[in-house]
Structure formats: structure tokens, C-alpha cells
Design a binder for this molecule. Structure first.
Ligand code: ADP
Ligand code: MG
Length: 329
């Protein structure tokens, strides 16, 4: 295995210059000051080889990107600005220095995109698989943080983009057929290198119209069920309104799988799921189009009661908590 010192030195250089107000990698602790008027947001996520990713198709650079992105997405989900990250790695001896530097480059490139500073971490050996644990610290102005629990009865449910791309991308990777992988790069990219919705999350939280929000990691049926539980309500989804991309439709048909199922239970799309009062929904849609030149999609509404009902042409069914646990089935 690479020496711990050598790797930490490399990571420290790749992390780049730390702002003057921050003491980053190199001491026993990192030190930073909180901005006046802001709350701190903190989250940790662990990714384990064989559970959350498979090195057979997840290259080091892409894995670095994804490990950062899924954590950044948690800050985006609250409407926060991501600021600092800590990276803890348990490394199997089979990963060589070239692999580790490519991972570090993917990870730090993704951090730079959002002006996030890598302020520390831990590096240990693993007797088995690769394990990555990432802590992220963000900030948000007091009163501008969006929780899962804020949805009201009759609020419209919206999602920030098409669903199911990542789940179908994973299916394509698993099949390992070059012809299929090359056909739908949008889907494999959705699985390998997801993009957190930081700017949109900040905008939605600042605008005052959105009542509840979360990022979608486990699939619509599970993520919405979490929002329902936290808000003490139920939800009615209109099956015809759930957005899926053209490549997702094509790949689902090639793989003989149901595209709506991928959207409902696939997970890992990292789009934002949010609610707002019905009277504000059209304004919000137009505002997002004007600022971000993109669509948001109304998919249903919050109702009294509990559970997530999917309403389609062939009736209604409860789809609460049908998302699966990421990579392994
Ligand atoms: P200690 O033994 O005091 O915990 P370490 O030798 O583990 O210190 O780490 C030395 C410095 O390098 C610390 O500032 C730590 O935060 C940082 N560090 C260690 N591993 C990583 C990593 N994987 N990513 C970023 N910083 C790291
Ligand atoms: Mg240590």
C-alpha cells in the first residue's frame, strides 16, 4: 500500500489553497469561524464497496466525483451553501497510487466546482473493501432552511428533473454490454457522476414559496414517503405526470423493464423533491424557467391521511417505501 504520509501530502496539495479564515489539513483539527446570521448544516454519508458502488464500472475519477456529489446534495436539499468537507478513507492494499490520485482529482474537482474546501479527514487501511465516509458542513441564513416536515395539505408536489435515469444507468452498467452502454451516455452519467442541485436549492429556499424539500436518493416512492411522514400527511401522485427522459424510455424498453418503476423505486437521481402552495406553483415554475432556463415538474399533491398513492389509468395503489437500497438488491 501507498504510505499514509505520501497520500495525505498528495491530498493536501490537491485540495489547493485554503482561505485565510480557515485552518485546514495538517493539524489535529481543522478550525473555522461561522458566519454571523447563519446556521451550520452538517451531514455525513458512507459509501461502501459492493453496497454503494462497484469498482468494475466505477472508475476512480468518477467515484471521487460521486462521493463528493452525494454529500453536496444533502446540503442542497436544505437550501444551504456547502462550505467544508472531511474525507475518511479505509483503503484496501490493492488500490495503487495512480488509482488514489485519480480518485482524489475527481473528488477535489467536484469540490472546486462549488467552492468547497477540503479541511481534513482520516486515512486507514482496510482488510476488505474500500469504504469512504464523507462529512460536509454548510451554512444557510436563519429562516431560509427547508425541512422535510413543512408540507401542507393541498400543497403541490414538484420535482426538479426527470426520474429513473440513474437506476437505468446502473442497470446498463451491470449488463456490461458495450453497445448498450454507448447508446445512452446520459443514463450512465446519471449513475456514475450525479449532479447536485445547489443553485436551484438555494434559490427555492430563498424565494419563500417552497414549504418542504429533500434530495432524492432512494427513489420517489421512498423519498416522498419520508416527506409525508415528516409532514404528517399523505400524497397523491399522478402517474401520467411523473417525468422520465426519452433515453430512459428507450433504455427501459431495450432492457425490458418498466420505466415508471425505475422512476418510482430506482433511486440515486439526486433531484430535488419539494412542495409549495397550489396558488404559488405556476409563479414558481415561471421563475425557475426565467432564472435557470429549465423545467420543474408538478407530479401530485399532498393530502390529509398517510402513505403515497400512485393514481393512474388502471386505478390507485400505495407505493410508499418501495425504493431499494442503492446498489445491492
Ligand atoms: P491524527 O493522527 O492527528 O488524526 P492524521 O495523521 O490522521 O492526524 O492526519 C493528519 C492531517 O491530515 C489531519 O489534519 C487530517 O485531517 C488530514 N487528513 C488525513 N487523512 C485525510 C484525508 N483522507 N483527506 C483529507 N485530509 C486528511
Ligand atoms: Mg487521524
Amino acid at each position: 500500500m501507498v504510505s499514509e504520509r505520501q497520500l495525505i501530502d498528495y491530498i493536501k496539495r490537491a485540495a489547493g489553497k485554503t482561505p485565510a479564515r480557515v485552518q485546514g489539513i495538517g493539524d489535529d483539527c481543522a478550525v473555522f469561524g461561522a458566519r454571523a446570521g447563519c446556521k451550520q448544516l452538517v451531514s455525513v454519508d458512507t459509501l461502501v464497496e459492493g453496497i454503494h458502488f462497484d469498482l468494475a464500472w466505477h472508475g476512480p475519477r468518477e467515484l471521487g466525483h460521486k462521493a463528493a456529489a452525494v454529500n453536496i446534495s444533502d446540503i442542497a436539499a436544505m437550501g444551504g451553501k456547502p462550505c467544508f468537507v472531511l474525507l475518511s478513507m479505509a483503503l484496501p492494499a490493492r488500490l495503487d497510487f495512480a488509482w488514489l490520485t485519480a480518485f482524489t482529482e475527481g473528488f477535489t474537482a467536484e469540490l472546486r466546482e462549488y467552492e468547497i474546501v477540503l479541511i481534513g479527514g482520516d486515512t486507514v487501511a482496510s482488510p476488505a473493501g474500500l469504504s469512504l465516509s464523507i462529512s460536509i458542513i454548510g451554512e444557510a441564513e436563519e429562516g431560509r432552511i427547508l425541512y422535510r416536515s413543512g408540507a401542507g395539505v393541498d400543497d403541490v408536489i414538484m420535482v426538479s428533473g426527470p426520474l429513473g435515469d440513474a437506476a437505468l444507468g446502473l442497470k446498463l452498467c451491470r449488463q456490461g454490454r458495450k453497445d448498450l452502454l454507448a447508446s445512452w451516455p446520459r443514463l450512465t452519467a446519471a449513475h456514475l457522476t450525479p449532479r447536485p442541485e445547489v443553485a436551484l436549492g438555494r434559490h427555492l429556499a430563498a424565494g419563500g414559496k417552497v414549504t418542504a424539500m429533500l434530495d432524492m436518493s432512494d427513489g420517489l416512492s421512498t423519498d416522498l414517503a419520508h416527506m409525508c411522514e415528516a409532514s404528517g400527511l399523505g400524497a397523491r401522485l399522478d402517474a401520467d405526470l411523473i417525468p422520465v427522459s426519452a433515453p430512459a424510455r428507450q433504455a427501459a424498453s431495450a432492457l425490458e423493464t418498466d420505466v415508471l418503476d425505475a422512476a418510482l423505486s430506482g433511486g440515486e437521481d439526486y433531484k430535488l423533491l419539494f412542495t409549495c402552495p397550489a396558488a404559488a406553483a405556476e409563479d414558481l415554475r415561471q421563475e425557475v424557467m426565467a432564472v435557470f432556463k429549465r423545467q420543474i415538474f408538478r407530479i401530485g399533491k399532498m393530502v390529509s391521511g398517510r402513505g403515497v398513492l400512485l393514481c393512474g389509468r388502471d386505478g390507485e395503489r400505495d407505493v410508499s417505501f418501495q425504493g431499494y437500497e442503492h446498489v445491492t438488491e
